[in-house]
Each structure stands twice: as structure tokens, then as C-alpha cells.
Design a protein around this ligand. Structure first.
Ligand code: ATP
Length: 306
């Protein structure tokens, strides 16, 4: 086995009294797309900023491409491609000029024509950055992170705030990087994004890793059941959902209850009967496949909200 591209051992980072990252350990292997997944404030940005050498950890060991990151390790920085949560552009420059300008900062760089092609901005290469849509800007930010042909790409919330179509366009770009054998560490609070893109994920909550592994394995490990989303038009009152046939767990969430069932048809029948008898203000009932969202909900009792 070759050395991991990223190695994090018992990383701790505090801001005053707040422990933002609390003894987390994980590694990212070469060619992997690895996701740090968690709600706002879980500690994702702090973790990647420590790996980028932008923050100094309080405790723990970090290795990135075999080196120790630090604010002055410029040799390491030259081998990384970093997309921060927000990218400031020079709005009058065109896409091509922006990429050429940033390319000049590095001894090793990729061709601008190759970069615009990779992030699907070839048609926009002569447009000033100020005329780009939010999704196009984010793709340009990814292209900037690729300008030095890095061995490791770190993307912090690459699709935050994008509409579903723009998000999917960026997913395609990231998937293509996998074809180029790049190693990618990304953060996201979109469960379906982590499921669609990542070979492995670490789910972070309050600075701790609460689950780590390939999404299908995490899901299969926690769920033999089928989730049923029961939407209500008012609070459920006295109903004991966990006593319904097939139900192993019932997780209430405002005017909605998620029932995990080993016998979904029996459960659906029982829920419908309660509604017919006027005991349950049922609005909708949806059966779906278990997802990472369910793993998070099971482990924390909460949903990740945008
Ligand atoms: P987001 O997606 O919102 O950035 P995150 O998972 O990346 O969330 P962090 O930005 O790492 O989380 O923040 C973790 C915790 O540390 C939060 O409670 C945040 O308020 C706090 N925090 C982050 N940066 C600082 C700072 N410079 N000073 C004090 N507290 C901070």
C-alpha cells in the first residue's frame, strides 16, 4: 500500500472555549474522492484549513502528501489545489485571463484550454467573470484550484448555494477528476452529494466523526429497514408509532415522522387504518430507499438542514 495522501490523527482545534474539532482521525488514499460531511458548524472548514496550513492545530498529527502542513510550507502548497468556501475574483478579467494570471504563480501549470474544457467553460472563456452565473463561478473556482495540476484537490463546499442543475454540472466536473486519478477531499452538507460523489465519507457532528466509510456500507450497516416518511398536517398526539407492525424505530421530526420498517406493507396498512379512524392527521406517506440522511438522523436524532 502506498502512503495515504492525507493522514489525520487525533486532530484537535479550539477557538477559546469552543472545541471546533475534537480528536478526529481519518486518511485519504490516492485516487479517492473523500467527503467530510456535516451540518454548518460541524468543523469541516476548520479541518481542511488545518490541512491547508491556514490554521495551526492545537493537538494531533497531520500529514499531507507525506509532509507536515504549516503556514510556511510553500513547497507543499504548490502541490495542493485549494478552493476556499468563497473565492474572490477580479470581475473585469475574462475566464481565460483569470486562469492565465493565477497560472503564472506556479512553476508547473495546466493549459488554460484544458482547464476551461474540464470545467465546461470553453464557451465562456472570453466572458468577464462578472457575467458568469453562480454555478459558472464555482466551476471557475475549481479550475483555479486545478491551475497548478495539483496532486490533491481540497474543495470546501464546492456546490453550496447552487441550484440543482448547477450542482449536478459541478458533480460531473468532480467525477471527471476521478478519471484523471486525482485525489479529492471535499466538504459538503448535502447528503445526496456525498452519496453521489464520494468513495468514502466521514460524517462530522460537533467536531467529532460519528461515522466513517463508503456510503453504501454505512447505509447497509445501519439499515435493514425501509424508511417511510409520514407527513402530518398537525402533531401526531398519542399515537405510539414504534408499536406499529414492522416498525423498529420511529424518529419524530416536527410534523413528520420517519418510520423504519422491516415490513413496509404492513406498516403502511396500519398507518392508513389510523388515518381512516381519525386517529392520525395524515397528509402524505412516502416510501423510499435508505440514504446517508437516514444514517445521520439515526446517529444524531436530527436532520441536516440547509
Ligand atoms: P460551515 O460549513 O458553516 O463553515 P463547518 O462545518 O465548516 O461549517 P467550521 O467553520 O469549521 O464548521 O466551524 C466549527 C465551529 O468553530 C463553529 O462553531 C464556528 O462557529 C467555530 N469557528 C470557526 N472559525 C472560528 C474562529 N475563527 N473563531 C471562533 N470560532 C470559530
Amino acid at each position: 500500500m502506498s502512503e495515504p495522501v492525507v493522514l489525520v490523527q487525533k486532530l484537535v482545534k479550539r477557538y477559546g472555549d469552543l472545541t471546533a474539532v475534537d480528536r478526529i482521525s481519518f486518511q485519504v488514499d490516492r485516487g479517492e474522492i473523500f467527503g467530510l460531511l456535516g451540518p454548518n458548524g460541524a468543523g469541516k472548514t476548520t479541518t481542511v484549513e488545518c490541512l491547508e496550513g491556514l490554521r495551526i492545530p492545537d493537538e494531533g498529527e497531520l500529514r499531507v502528501l507525506g509532509e507536515r502542513p504549516s503556514p510556511t510550507n510553500y513547497a507543499l502548497k504548490a502541490k495542493l489545489g485549494i478552493q476556499l468556501q468563497e473565492t474572490a475574483f477580479l470581475s473585469r478579467l475574462t475566464v481565460e485571463e483569470t486562469l492565465a494570471l493565477f497560472g503564472r504563480l506556479y512553476p508547473r501549470r495546466r493549459k488554460v484550454s484544458e482547464l476551461v474544457e474540464l470545467v465546461a467553460l470553453t464557451e465562456k472563456r472570453h466572458s468577464p467573470v462578472r457575467d458568469l452565473s453562480g454555478g459558472q463561478r464555482q466551476r471557475l473556482a475549481v479550475a483555479l484550484a486545478l491551475v497548478n495540476d495539483p496532486e490533491l484537490l481540497i474543495l470546501d463546499e464546492p456546490t453550496a448555494g447552487l441550484d440543482p442543475q448547477a450542482r449536478r454540472a459541478l458533480w460531473e466536473v468532480i467525477t471527471q477528476l476521478k478519471g484523471e486519478q486525482k485525489t479529492v477531499l471535499l466538504t459538503t452538507h448535502y447528503m445526496e452529494e456525498a452519496e453521489a460523489l464520494c468513495d468514502r465519507v466521514a460524517i462530522l457532528d460537533h467536531g467529532r466523526i460519528i461515522a466513517l466509510g463508503p456510503p453504501p456500507e454505512l447505509i447497509a450497516h445501519h439499515f435493514q429497514e425501509t424508511p417511510l416518511e409520514v407527513e402530518l398536517s398537525a402533531p401526531a398526539g398519542e399515537v405510539d408509532f414504534s408499536a406499529l407492525p414492522g416498525v423498529t424505530r420511529a424518529v419524530p421530526d416536527q410534523e413528520r415522522v420517519v418510520l423504519y420498517s422491516t415490513a413496509p406493507t404492513d406498516t403502511i396498512r396500519a398507518v392508513s387504518r389510523l388515518a381512516e379512524e381519525g386517529k392520525l392527521p395524515l397528509r402524505d406517506l412516502v416510501l423510499r430507499r435508505p440514504s446517508l440522511e437516514d444514517v445521520y438522523l439515526l446517529l444524531t436524532g436530527r436532520r441536516i438542514r440547509e
